[in-house]
Design a binder for this molecule. Structure first.
Ligand code: 2HG
Ligand code: ZN
Length: 475
Protein backbone atom coordinates (compact mmCIF):
# COMPACT_ATOMS: atom_id res chain seq x y z
CA UNK A 1 0.00 0.00 0.00
CA UNK A 2 1.32 3.44 -0.91
CA UNK A 3 2.38 5.61 2.01
CA UNK A 4 -0.26 8.39 2.40
CA UNK A 5 2.47 11.06 2.26
CA UNK A 6 3.63 9.70 -1.09
CA UNK A 7 0.02 9.58 -2.32
CA UNK A 8 -0.37 13.24 -1.41
CA UNK A 9 2.81 14.07 -3.38
CA UNK A 10 1.50 12.16 -6.35
CA UNK A 11 -1.78 14.03 -6.04
CA UNK A 12 0.01 17.34 -6.00
CA UNK A 13 2.20 16.50 -9.02
CA UNK A 14 0.29 13.90 -11.05
CA UNK A 15 3.00 13.78 -13.76
CA UNK A 16 5.79 13.05 -11.28
CA UNK A 17 7.42 9.64 -11.71
CA UNK A 18 7.49 7.94 -8.31
CA UNK A 19 8.96 4.55 -7.52
CA UNK A 20 8.60 2.47 -4.40
CA UNK A 21 9.07 -1.16 -5.43
CA UNK A 22 11.51 -2.92 -3.06
CA UNK A 23 14.12 -3.26 -5.85
CA UNK A 24 13.91 0.51 -6.50
CA UNK A 25 14.27 1.37 -2.82
CA UNK A 26 17.34 -0.85 -2.72
CA UNK A 27 18.84 0.51 -5.96
CA UNK A 28 18.32 4.22 -5.34
CA UNK A 29 18.91 4.10 -1.60
CA UNK A 30 22.57 3.13 -1.74
CA UNK A 31 25.81 4.37 -3.18
CA UNK A 32 29.13 2.71 -3.88
CA UNK A 33 29.93 2.49 -0.14
CA UNK A 34 27.57 -0.50 0.17
CA UNK A 35 27.69 -0.17 3.95
CA UNK A 36 24.23 1.04 4.92
CA UNK A 37 21.01 -0.84 4.37
CA UNK A 38 18.87 1.27 2.04
CA UNK A 39 15.47 2.24 3.47
CA UNK A 40 14.08 5.28 1.64
CA UNK A 41 10.40 6.20 1.76
CA UNK A 42 10.17 6.38 -2.04
CA UNK A 43 12.00 7.67 -5.09
CA UNK A 44 10.88 10.80 -6.95
CA UNK A 45 12.20 11.44 -10.46
CA UNK A 46 11.40 15.08 -11.26
CA UNK A 47 11.63 16.38 -14.80
CA UNK A 48 12.01 20.12 -14.09
CA UNK A 49 13.12 22.66 -11.49
CA UNK A 50 9.45 23.42 -10.88
CA UNK A 51 8.86 19.77 -9.99
CA UNK A 52 11.76 19.97 -7.53
CA UNK A 53 10.25 23.08 -5.92
CA UNK A 54 6.90 21.34 -5.52
CA UNK A 55 8.64 18.31 -3.99
CA UNK A 56 10.51 20.49 -1.47
CA UNK A 57 7.32 22.34 -0.46
CA UNK A 58 5.56 19.00 0.01
CA UNK A 59 8.52 17.73 2.06
CA UNK A 60 8.33 20.76 4.35
CA UNK A 61 4.61 20.21 4.96
CA UNK A 62 5.07 16.50 5.58
CA UNK A 63 8.37 16.81 7.48
CA UNK A 64 10.06 14.37 5.09
CA UNK A 65 13.84 14.49 4.58
CA UNK A 66 15.25 14.39 1.06
CA UNK A 67 18.39 12.84 -0.42
CA UNK A 68 19.45 14.25 -3.81
CA UNK A 69 20.68 11.49 -6.05
CA UNK A 70 22.84 11.34 -9.19
CA UNK A 71 24.92 8.33 -10.26
CA UNK A 72 25.48 7.32 -6.59
CA UNK A 73 29.13 6.56 -7.31
CA UNK A 74 30.12 8.36 -4.09
CA UNK A 75 32.43 6.61 -1.67
CA UNK A 76 31.47 8.47 1.53
CA UNK A 77 27.77 7.62 1.86
CA UNK A 78 26.62 11.12 0.80
CA UNK A 79 23.81 9.71 -1.36
CA UNK A 80 22.71 6.95 1.02
CA UNK A 81 19.02 6.98 2.03
CA UNK A 82 18.70 4.68 5.03
CA UNK A 83 16.10 6.42 7.20
CA UNK A 84 12.83 6.89 5.37
CA UNK A 85 13.93 9.82 3.19
CA UNK A 86 12.52 10.70 -0.21
CA UNK A 87 15.28 10.10 -2.76
CA UNK A 88 15.15 12.84 -5.40
CA UNK A 89 16.81 11.22 -8.38
CA UNK A 90 17.94 13.51 -11.19
CA UNK A 91 18.05 10.64 -13.67
CA UNK A 92 15.35 12.21 -15.86
CA UNK A 93 16.85 15.71 -15.65
CA UNK A 94 19.82 14.79 -17.83
CA UNK A 95 19.57 17.12 -20.80
CA UNK A 96 21.93 19.67 -22.32
CA UNK A 97 19.96 22.92 -22.30
CA UNK A 98 22.27 25.10 -24.36
CA UNK A 99 25.75 26.07 -25.47
CA UNK A 100 27.19 29.50 -26.09
CA UNK A 101 30.40 29.41 -28.19
CA UNK A 102 31.42 32.91 -27.16
CA UNK A 103 31.08 32.21 -23.44
CA UNK A 104 32.14 28.59 -24.00
CA UNK A 105 29.52 27.63 -21.47
CA UNK A 106 27.40 24.51 -21.61
CA UNK A 107 24.16 24.67 -19.65
CA UNK A 108 23.17 21.25 -18.37
CA UNK A 109 20.75 19.52 -16.05
CA UNK A 110 22.28 17.80 -13.01
CA UNK A 111 21.55 14.23 -14.05
CA UNK A 112 23.76 14.42 -17.14
CA UNK A 113 26.43 11.69 -16.95
CA UNK A 114 29.98 13.08 -16.91
CA UNK A 115 31.06 11.03 -19.94
CA UNK A 116 28.10 12.33 -21.96
CA UNK A 117 28.95 15.90 -20.97
CA UNK A 118 32.56 15.35 -22.05
CA UNK A 119 31.34 14.02 -25.41
CA UNK A 120 29.09 17.07 -25.94
CA UNK A 121 32.06 19.34 -25.17
CA UNK A 122 34.20 17.49 -27.74
CA UNK A 123 31.38 17.91 -30.26
CA UNK A 124 31.88 21.68 -29.87
CA UNK A 125 35.64 21.33 -30.43
CA UNK A 126 36.33 21.91 -26.72
CA UNK A 127 36.77 19.82 -23.58
CA UNK A 128 35.35 19.59 -20.09
CA UNK A 129 38.60 18.67 -18.35
CA UNK A 130 37.50 17.21 -15.02
CA UNK A 131 37.85 13.47 -15.39
CA UNK A 132 37.95 10.26 -13.36
CA UNK A 133 37.30 6.55 -13.60
CA UNK A 134 33.59 6.79 -12.64
CA UNK A 135 32.94 9.01 -15.70
CA UNK A 136 30.51 6.52 -17.24
CA UNK A 137 28.18 6.44 -14.22
CA UNK A 138 28.58 9.63 -12.17
CA UNK A 139 26.47 12.70 -12.86
CA UNK A 140 27.57 16.32 -13.10
CA UNK A 141 25.21 17.24 -10.22
CA UNK A 142 26.98 14.74 -7.95
CA UNK A 143 30.38 15.97 -9.17
CA UNK A 144 29.43 19.52 -8.20
CA UNK A 145 27.93 18.46 -4.87
CA UNK A 146 31.26 16.84 -3.89
CA UNK A 147 33.58 19.25 -5.75
CA UNK A 148 34.96 16.14 -7.42
CA UNK A 149 38.65 16.11 -8.33
CA UNK A 150 40.08 13.21 -10.29
CA UNK A 151 43.12 12.52 -12.41
CA UNK A 152 43.82 15.90 -14.05
CA UNK A 153 43.51 18.24 -11.08
CA UNK A 154 47.24 18.91 -11.36
CA UNK A 155 46.52 20.84 -14.56
CA UNK A 156 42.86 21.83 -14.40
CA UNK A 157 41.86 21.98 -10.75
CA UNK A 158 38.67 20.56 -9.19
CA UNK A 159 35.06 20.77 -10.40
CA UNK A 160 34.67 24.11 -8.59
CA UNK A 161 36.95 25.80 -11.16
CA UNK A 162 34.58 24.92 -14.01
CA UNK A 163 31.21 25.94 -12.62
CA UNK A 164 30.19 29.32 -13.98
CA UNK A 165 26.66 29.30 -12.63
CA UNK A 166 24.21 27.19 -10.65
CA UNK A 167 20.47 27.05 -10.23
CA UNK A 168 19.58 25.64 -6.88
CA UNK A 169 16.37 24.84 -5.01
CA UNK A 170 17.00 25.58 -1.33
CA UNK A 171 15.51 23.85 1.68
CA UNK A 172 12.70 26.40 1.72
CA UNK A 173 11.77 25.64 -1.88
CA UNK A 174 13.20 28.86 -3.28
CA UNK A 175 14.94 28.82 -6.68
CA UNK A 176 18.30 30.64 -6.64
CA UNK A 177 20.10 31.60 -9.88
CA UNK A 178 23.73 31.96 -8.81
CA UNK A 179 26.46 33.80 -10.76
CA UNK A 180 24.71 33.34 -14.14
CA UNK A 181 27.88 32.49 -16.13
CA UNK A 182 29.75 35.64 -15.20
CA UNK A 183 33.54 35.60 -15.19
CA UNK A 184 33.75 38.66 -12.99
CA UNK A 185 31.26 39.20 -10.22
CA UNK A 186 32.36 40.95 -7.03
CA UNK A 187 28.88 41.68 -5.77
CA UNK A 188 28.96 40.15 -2.33
CA UNK A 189 29.14 36.55 -1.16
CA UNK A 190 29.47 33.98 -3.94
CA UNK A 191 26.77 31.53 -2.83
CA UNK A 192 27.55 29.30 -5.81
CA UNK A 193 30.75 28.23 -4.08
CA UNK A 194 28.86 27.37 -0.89
CA UNK A 195 26.71 24.93 -2.80
CA UNK A 196 29.71 23.34 -4.53
CA UNK A 197 30.97 20.61 -2.22
CA UNK A 198 28.00 20.93 0.18
CA UNK A 199 26.94 17.33 -0.56
CA UNK A 200 23.31 18.31 -1.01
CA UNK A 201 22.97 19.59 2.56
CA UNK A 202 22.05 23.16 1.56
CA UNK A 203 19.90 22.66 -1.50
CA UNK A 204 19.47 20.70 -4.70
CA UNK A 205 21.31 21.67 -7.86
CA UNK A 206 18.78 21.78 -10.71
CA UNK A 207 20.93 23.36 -13.44
CA UNK A 208 24.63 24.08 -13.99
CA UNK A 209 26.54 26.34 -16.34
CA UNK A 210 29.75 24.52 -17.05
CA UNK A 211 32.80 26.18 -18.54
CA UNK A 212 34.62 24.42 -21.38
CA UNK A 213 38.18 24.93 -22.61
CA UNK A 214 40.53 24.23 -25.51
CA UNK A 215 41.63 20.64 -26.05
CA UNK A 216 45.15 20.03 -24.75
CA UNK A 217 48.08 19.26 -27.07
CA UNK A 218 48.76 15.60 -27.85
CA UNK A 219 49.96 13.78 -24.74
CA UNK A 220 51.78 10.63 -23.84
CA UNK A 221 51.84 8.35 -20.81
CA UNK A 222 54.70 6.63 -19.05
CA UNK A 223 54.74 4.35 -16.03
CA UNK A 224 57.80 4.26 -13.80
CA UNK A 225 58.64 1.50 -11.33
CA UNK A 226 59.97 3.18 -8.19
CA UNK A 227 62.06 1.38 -5.54
CA UNK A 228 61.41 3.60 -2.52
CA UNK A 229 58.76 5.92 -1.11
CA UNK A 230 61.27 8.76 -0.79
CA UNK A 231 61.97 8.66 -4.51
CA UNK A 232 58.33 9.35 -5.52
CA UNK A 233 58.54 13.08 -4.95
CA UNK A 234 62.08 13.29 -6.34
CA UNK A 235 60.64 11.99 -9.58
CA UNK A 236 57.79 14.48 -9.28
CA UNK A 237 60.22 17.39 -8.93
CA UNK A 238 62.26 16.19 -11.92
CA UNK A 239 59.13 15.75 -14.08
CA UNK A 240 57.63 19.07 -13.11
CA UNK A 241 60.88 20.91 -13.86
CA UNK A 242 61.08 19.52 -17.38
CA UNK A 243 57.67 18.39 -18.62
CA UNK A 244 54.24 19.90 -18.91
CA UNK A 245 52.25 17.48 -16.74
CA UNK A 246 48.55 16.69 -17.05
CA UNK A 247 48.57 13.81 -14.52
CA UNK A 248 50.94 12.47 -11.90
CA UNK A 249 49.45 9.44 -10.16
CA UNK A 250 50.83 6.63 -8.05
CA UNK A 251 50.00 3.16 -6.79
CA UNK A 252 51.76 0.41 -4.92
CA UNK A 253 52.63 -3.22 -5.65
CA UNK A 254 49.51 -4.24 -3.67
CA UNK A 255 47.29 -2.17 -5.99
CA UNK A 256 49.06 -3.67 -9.00
CA UNK A 257 48.39 -7.19 -7.71
CA UNK A 258 44.65 -6.43 -7.52
CA UNK A 259 44.36 -4.87 -10.99
CA UNK A 260 46.37 -7.72 -12.54
CA UNK A 261 44.04 -10.24 -10.89
CA UNK A 262 41.23 -8.19 -12.47
CA UNK A 263 42.58 -8.56 -16.01
CA UNK A 264 45.05 -5.67 -16.47
CA UNK A 265 48.31 -6.27 -18.37
CA UNK A 266 51.60 -6.01 -16.45
CA UNK A 267 54.18 -4.00 -18.41
CA UNK A 268 57.01 -5.01 -16.04
CA UNK A 269 58.91 -8.27 -15.50
CA UNK A 270 59.60 -7.76 -11.82
CA UNK A 271 57.77 -6.21 -8.91
CA UNK A 272 58.65 -2.80 -7.47
CA UNK A 273 57.04 -1.34 -4.33
CA UNK A 274 55.73 1.81 -6.08
CA UNK A 275 54.60 2.90 -9.52
CA UNK A 276 53.97 6.29 -11.07
CA UNK A 277 51.65 7.06 -13.98
CA UNK A 278 52.83 10.24 -15.64
CA UNK A 279 50.91 11.98 -18.42
CA UNK A 280 52.67 14.83 -20.19
CA UNK A 281 52.37 17.00 -23.30
CA UNK A 282 54.03 15.25 -26.21
CA UNK A 283 53.01 17.23 -29.25
CA UNK A 284 56.42 16.93 -30.96
CA UNK A 285 59.70 15.00 -30.95
CA UNK A 286 61.39 17.54 -28.68
CA UNK A 287 58.78 17.00 -25.93
CA UNK A 288 59.06 13.21 -26.31
CA UNK A 289 62.85 13.47 -26.06
CA UNK A 290 62.53 15.49 -22.84
CA UNK A 291 60.50 12.67 -21.28
CA UNK A 292 63.26 10.18 -22.10
CA UNK A 293 65.83 12.53 -20.60
CA UNK A 294 63.83 12.73 -17.37
CA UNK A 295 63.56 8.95 -17.30
CA UNK A 296 67.34 8.57 -17.72
CA UNK A 297 68.02 11.16 -15.04
CA UNK A 298 65.69 9.28 -12.66
CA UNK A 299 67.41 5.97 -13.48
CA UNK A 300 70.87 7.46 -12.87
CA UNK A 301 69.80 8.83 -9.52
CA UNK A 302 68.32 5.50 -8.49
CA UNK A 303 64.82 6.98 -8.15
CA UNK A 304 63.42 4.65 -10.79
CA UNK A 305 64.10 0.95 -11.51
CA UNK A 306 62.31 0.57 -14.79
CA UNK A 307 59.90 2.43 -17.03
CA UNK A 308 57.60 2.10 -20.00
CA UNK A 309 56.52 4.85 -22.34
CA UNK A 310 53.47 4.29 -24.47
CA UNK A 311 53.89 3.87 -28.22
CA UNK A 312 50.21 3.95 -29.18
CA UNK A 313 46.81 5.10 -27.97
CA UNK A 314 45.94 1.51 -27.12
CA UNK A 315 49.08 1.17 -25.00
CA UNK A 316 48.40 4.50 -23.28
CA UNK A 317 44.92 3.21 -22.39
CA UNK A 318 46.35 -0.02 -21.10
CA UNK A 319 48.84 1.86 -18.90
CA UNK A 320 46.06 4.10 -17.58
CA UNK A 321 44.03 1.00 -16.76
CA UNK A 322 46.67 0.04 -14.18
CA UNK A 323 45.69 3.12 -12.18
CA UNK A 324 42.07 3.64 -13.17
CA UNK A 325 40.80 0.13 -12.48
CA UNK A 326 42.05 -0.02 -8.89
CA UNK A 327 38.71 0.97 -7.31
CA UNK A 328 36.78 -1.48 -9.46
CA UNK A 329 39.26 -4.30 -8.79
CA UNK A 330 38.77 -3.80 -5.03
CA UNK A 331 35.01 -3.18 -5.01
CA UNK A 332 33.90 -6.74 -4.20
CA UNK A 333 36.22 -6.73 -1.17
CA UNK A 334 34.32 -3.73 0.30
CA UNK A 335 37.43 -1.81 1.36
CA UNK A 336 37.41 0.90 4.01
CA UNK A 337 38.43 4.06 2.12
CA UNK A 338 40.69 6.87 3.18
CA UNK A 339 40.90 9.94 0.96
CA UNK A 340 43.37 12.29 2.58
CA UNK A 341 45.34 15.31 1.44
CA UNK A 342 48.24 17.48 2.53
CA UNK A 343 50.19 20.18 0.74
CA UNK A 344 52.34 18.62 -1.97
CA UNK A 345 55.50 19.67 -0.14
CA UNK A 346 54.37 17.73 2.96
CA UNK A 347 53.83 14.45 1.10
CA UNK A 348 57.20 12.78 1.94
CA UNK A 349 57.09 13.22 5.75
CA UNK A 350 53.32 12.66 5.80
CA UNK A 351 53.58 9.35 3.91
CA UNK A 352 56.33 8.25 6.25
CA UNK A 353 54.20 9.09 9.31
CA UNK A 354 51.16 7.33 7.83
CA UNK A 355 53.19 4.26 7.01
CA UNK A 356 54.42 4.01 10.58
CA UNK A 357 50.86 4.19 11.92
CA UNK A 358 49.44 1.75 9.38
CA UNK A 359 52.24 -0.81 9.85
CA UNK A 360 51.51 -0.90 13.56
CA UNK A 361 47.71 -0.71 13.37
CA UNK A 362 46.99 -2.93 10.40
CA UNK A 363 49.50 -5.82 10.48
CA UNK A 364 46.83 -8.28 9.25
CA UNK A 365 44.86 -6.23 6.70
CA UNK A 366 45.77 -5.63 3.08
CA UNK A 367 46.62 -1.91 2.83
CA UNK A 368 46.41 -0.57 -0.72
CA UNK A 369 47.89 2.87 -1.39
CA UNK A 370 47.27 4.84 -4.55
CA UNK A 371 46.08 8.23 -5.65
CA UNK A 372 46.80 11.68 -6.98
CA UNK A 373 50.19 12.14 -5.37
CA UNK A 374 50.94 15.15 -7.59
CA UNK A 375 48.01 16.95 -5.90
CA UNK A 376 48.95 15.82 -2.39
CA UNK A 377 45.95 13.42 -2.36
CA UNK A 378 46.34 9.78 -1.24
CA UNK A 379 43.73 7.03 -1.32
CA UNK A 380 44.46 4.32 1.20
CA UNK A 381 42.08 1.39 0.93
CA UNK A 382 42.02 -1.13 3.77
CA UNK A 383 40.85 -4.66 3.04
CA UNK A 384 39.58 -6.94 5.74
CA UNK A 385 41.09 -10.38 6.38
CA UNK A 386 38.83 -13.43 6.44
CA UNK A 387 39.02 -13.89 10.19
CA UNK A 388 37.58 -10.47 11.07
CA UNK A 389 33.85 -9.84 10.88
CA UNK A 390 32.54 -6.82 8.96
CA UNK A 391 31.40 -4.74 11.97
CA UNK A 392 34.63 -5.34 13.90
CA UNK A 393 36.56 -4.36 10.77
CA UNK A 394 34.71 -1.03 10.42
CA UNK A 395 35.15 -0.32 14.14
CA UNK A 396 38.86 -1.01 13.82
CA UNK A 397 39.19 1.23 10.75
CA UNK A 398 37.28 4.03 12.44
CA UNK A 399 39.60 3.83 15.44
CA UNK A 400 42.64 4.07 13.16
CA UNK A 401 41.03 6.91 11.16
CA UNK A 402 40.96 8.95 14.38
CA UNK A 403 44.71 8.38 14.68
CA UNK A 404 45.19 9.34 11.04
CA UNK A 405 43.11 12.46 11.59
CA UNK A 406 45.44 13.51 14.42
CA UNK A 407 48.47 13.00 12.20
CA UNK A 408 46.75 14.85 9.38
CA UNK A 409 46.08 17.77 11.71
CA UNK A 410 49.79 18.05 12.47
CA UNK A 411 50.37 18.41 8.72
CA UNK A 412 47.41 20.82 8.27
CA UNK A 413 45.83 18.24 5.98
CA UNK A 414 42.27 17.18 5.15
CA UNK A 415 40.41 13.98 6.02
CA UNK A 416 38.52 14.21 2.74
CA UNK A 417 40.35 15.46 -0.33
CA UNK A 418 37.71 14.77 -2.97
CA UNK A 419 35.16 12.13 -1.89
CA UNK A 420 33.32 14.25 0.67
CA UNK A 421 32.45 13.65 4.31
CA UNK A 422 29.00 12.07 3.83
CA UNK A 423 28.36 9.51 6.55
CA UNK A 424 31.70 7.76 6.40
CA UNK A 425 33.93 10.58 7.66
CA UNK A 426 31.41 12.51 9.77
CA UNK A 427 33.00 11.47 13.04
CA UNK A 428 36.36 12.88 12.04
CA UNK A 429 35.25 16.18 10.53
CA UNK A 430 36.63 17.96 13.62
CA UNK A 431 40.08 16.63 12.70
CA UNK A 432 40.03 18.83 9.61
CA UNK A 433 37.79 21.81 10.45
CA UNK A 434 37.84 23.89 13.62
CA UNK A 435 34.93 23.94 16.06
CA UNK A 436 34.07 27.50 15.06
CA UNK A 437 34.12 26.59 11.35
CA UNK A 438 31.73 23.69 12.01
CA UNK A 439 29.47 25.97 14.09
CA UNK A 440 29.41 28.42 11.16
CA UNK A 441 28.57 25.60 8.75
CA UNK A 442 25.63 24.68 10.98
CA UNK A 443 24.54 28.33 10.93
CA UNK A 444 24.73 28.46 7.13
CA UNK A 445 22.70 25.26 6.91
CA UNK A 446 20.00 26.79 9.11
CA UNK A 447 19.70 29.73 6.68
CA UNK A 448 19.51 27.70 3.46
CA UNK A 449 17.75 24.67 4.92
CA UNK A 450 15.69 26.04 7.82
CA UNK A 451 13.67 22.83 8.22
CA UNK A 452 16.74 20.58 8.21
CA UNK A 453 15.37 18.38 5.42
CA UNK A 454 18.22 18.56 2.89
CA UNK A 455 20.29 15.39 3.15
CA UNK A 456 20.27 15.53 6.96
CA UNK A 457 22.88 13.57 8.87
CA UNK A 458 25.46 14.00 6.12
CA UNK A 459 28.70 15.97 6.73
CA UNK A 460 27.60 16.84 10.30
CA UNK A 461 24.52 16.41 12.45
CA UNK A 462 22.20 19.38 12.54
CA UNK A 463 22.32 19.59 16.32
CA UNK A 464 25.60 19.44 18.17
CA UNK A 465 26.53 16.16 19.85
CA UNK A 466 24.88 15.95 23.27
CA UNK A 467 21.70 17.74 22.24
CA UNK A 468 18.83 16.09 20.36
CA UNK A 469 20.05 14.92 16.98
CA UNK A 470 18.28 14.65 13.71
CA UNK A 471 20.46 12.30 11.70
CA UNK A 472 20.10 9.48 9.27
CA UNK A 473 23.14 7.34 9.84
CA UNK A 474 23.23 4.34 12.07
CA UNK A 475 26.81 5.23 13.00
C1 2HG B 1 40.25 7.36 -7.66
O1 2HG B 1 41.10 8.24 -7.57
C2 2HG B 1 38.94 7.57 -6.99
O2 2HG B 1 40.44 6.34 -8.32
C3 2HG B 1 38.54 6.40 -6.10
O3 2HG B 1 38.92 8.75 -6.26
C4 2HG B 1 39.47 6.16 -4.95
O4 2HG B 1 38.58 3.98 -4.54
C5 2HG B 1 39.15 4.94 -4.05
O5 2HG B 1 39.53 4.97 -2.88
ZN1 ZN C 1 40.69 9.89 -6.50
Amino acid sequence: MTDPRVSRLSHRLPELVLKSAPADLEYYGRDWTRRWTPAPLAIALPSSSEDVQVIVRWAIEEGVSMVPSGGRTGLSGGAVAASGELVVSFERMNRVLGFDPVDRILVVQPGLILEALQAVARGHGLIYPVDFAARGSCSIGGNIATNAGGIRVIRYGNTREWIAGLKVVTGSGELLDLNRGLIKNSSGYDLRHLLIGAEGTLGMIVEASVRLTDPPPASNVMVFAVPAMDALMQVFAACRRTLSLSAFEFFTDRALAHVLAHGAQNPFDRVSPFYLVIEFDAANDAQQALALEVFEQCLENGWVDDGVISQSTAQAESLWRLRESITESLASLKPYKNDVSVRISAIPPFMQAMREILDIEYPHYDVVWFGHIGDGNLHINIIKDEATDADAFIADCERVTLLLAKTLATFDGSISAEHGIGLVKKKVLEGTRSASEIAMMRGIKRVLDPHGLMNPGKVFDVAEAGSRQKGTSRD
